[in-house]
Write a new protein. Structure first.
Length: 77
């Protein structure tokens, strides 16, 4: 049972890393900036926030994946 839970934790870590690192912090801010540009409401703060989110997206995904794989490794033993 512990091994099944470990595999589930690892798979959920991959999904969470892809969602938060890929969608929430990389793709969605770019789409929001494009929408704001089209409507004429783009600000410098929005551009700066988007750039920072894109820079830190891979770090957030890596930390999420590292934590989940560490937990899965402890449970798998």
């Amino acid at each position: 049972m512990k091994r099944i839970i470990a595999v589930l934790v690892f798979i959920s870590g991959i999904v969470a890393a892809c969602y938060f690192g890929g969608w929430v912090m990389f793709i969605k801010p770019i789409i929001d900036c494009c929408k704001a540009f089209d409507s004429g409401a783009l600000t410098g703060l929005m551009v700066g926030t988007t750039i920072l989110k894109c820079i830190f997206a891979s770090a957030v995904a890596s930390v999420i994946l590292w934590v989940c794989s560490s937990i899965a490794g402890i449970l798998y033993k």
